[in-house]
Design a protein around this ligand. Structure first.
Ligand SMILES: Cc1ncc(COP(=O)(O)O)c(C=O)c1O
Length: 395
């Protein structure tokens, strides 16, 4: 109508205040350039193994195109509980202690929303996966970062966690093997975190999406430690180990009361994970382990090659024990990590992610994904070496 005022902003204050993911902005820039080797995205370069794809196709072909139970297909829930018991030594009931979600992303979001009352604090290790602090804020909780350090190979120090606990703390969110650092947690450290959780009556949310991709040690789930099953929500999915990012299937296992609360949100917002993707996920659990082991060996070989090359070039990098990221130090070269990543992109056309995209604790580091073909890794390593040499000669 003539003379009408322009509308006010309808976006809620707490969403307006959320920052956008730093990774997205960077990759918008990358997409406008040619000849870029991207070590930026956090996903496998493998296509989903064929038998898994075939199961998804078969499901469609058989006309299985309707909703499943809100909790997920009973056969898939059963297979998940068997897989978790076999590989993580925790026994869950597929009836009421397991929910299938749209990627582990949804599981993380559901559990945070299910447990957070306004003002509740959630401790998490940082640098971390970009979503955690924003998801906590979206649930009107207070994100409480605990910085992990190079001296500890980026494992979470229980003493730092203890210091962060207050009467408002509700939960500790951990992710090991870690995105972006590749760090893992040994059993002793996990026991110390478990002890804190028990003493302060806290819940642990454990995002173990990279757990199959653990290279030199055995992965331990905090849920398997004595007295922890009842105060842990185990979060996992198919994206990384089975190269299934686009299928969008994940899951959570935990105490029935919490799974039920998560189910309410899931039921009203999502209904169920895609039916054909659930069929594919079932095949992954039943017959996908050989392919998964092959992919893991390949990541390990690439890790060994690429981390050696980074160190030879003068970008100090610990050997990441899990996931598929090298988290290398660039701070000593006289540029901030943002400047380093930006100039590497402009001058050598290699895309990596500045550590601060994963929180202030990532300052001085950059994340390189080695879930990238060996030829590209070789070329990227050469270009990085040229760039670092140039920086050193200018110093
Ligand atoms: C630590 C972590 N959690 C969750 C996710 C999301 O996984 P999904 O594809 O299962 O939603 C990622 C993806 O990069 C991740 O790195």
């Amino acid at each position: 109508m003539n003379g009408s005022k322009s509308p006010r902003s309808f976006v809620s204050n707490h969403i307006a205040e959320l920052p956008k993911s730093g990774i997205r902005a960077f990759f918008d820039l990358v997409s406008q350039m040619d000849d870029v080797i991207s070590l930026g995205v956090g996903e496998p370069d493998f296509t989903t193994p064929w038998t898994i794809r075939e199961s998804g196709i078969y499901s469609i072909e058989r006309g299985r195109t309707s909703y499943t139970s809100n909790l997920g297909m009973p056969a898939l829930r059963k297979a998940i509980c068997q897989y978790v018991e076999k590989n993580y030594s925790v026994r869950y009931s597929s009836k009421d202690e397991c929910i299938v979600t749209v990627g582990v992303s949804e599981a993380v979001d559901l559990v945070i929303r299910a447990i957070t009352s306004p003002g509740d604090e959630i401790i998490y290790s940082e640098p971390c996966y970009v979503s955690y602090p924003s998801e906590i804020r979206m649930a009107h909780g207070v994100p409480v970062p605990v910085t992990t350090r190079k001296e500890n190979l980026f494992a979470l120090d229980p003493a730092d966690v203890e210091k962060a606990v207050t009467p408002r703390t509700k939960a500790i969110l951990i992710n090991f093997p870690c995105n972006p650092t590749g760090a893992v947690m040994d059993r002793a450290r996990l026991e110390a975190i478990a002890d804190i959780a028990k003493r302060h009556d806290l819940l642990v949310l454990s995002d173990e999406i990279y757990s199959e991709l653990t290279y030199d040690t055995e992965h331990t789930s905090i849920a398997s430690l004595p007295g922890m099953k009842e105060r842990t929500v185990f979060l996992h999915g198919f994206s990384k180990a089975f190269a299934m990012t686009g299928w969008r299937v994940g899951y959570a296992c935990g105490p029935a009361e919490i799974i039920d609360a998560m189910m309410k949100i899931h039921q009203y917002s999502i209904m169920c994970a895609p039916t054909m993707a659930q069929s594919a996920a079932l095949e992954a659990l039943q017959n996908g382990s050989n392919e998964m082991v092959k992919m893991r060996s390949s990541y390990r070989a690439r890790r060994d090659f690429f981390v050696r090359k980074l160190n030879e070039a003068g970008l100090y990098c610990h050997i990441p024990q899990g996931a598929f990221y090298a988290f290398c130090e660039v701070g000593h070269l006289g540029l901030s990590c943002e400047e380093f990543a930006e100039r590497l992109l402009q001058e050598q056309h290699v895309a990596i992610v500045p550590g601060t995209a994963f929180g202030p604790g990532g300052k001085g580091f950059c994340r390189c994904s080695y879930a990238t073909g060996m030829d590209e890794l070789e070329e990227a390593a050469k270009r990085i070496a040229v760039f670092v040499k140039k920086l050193k000669s200018q110093a």
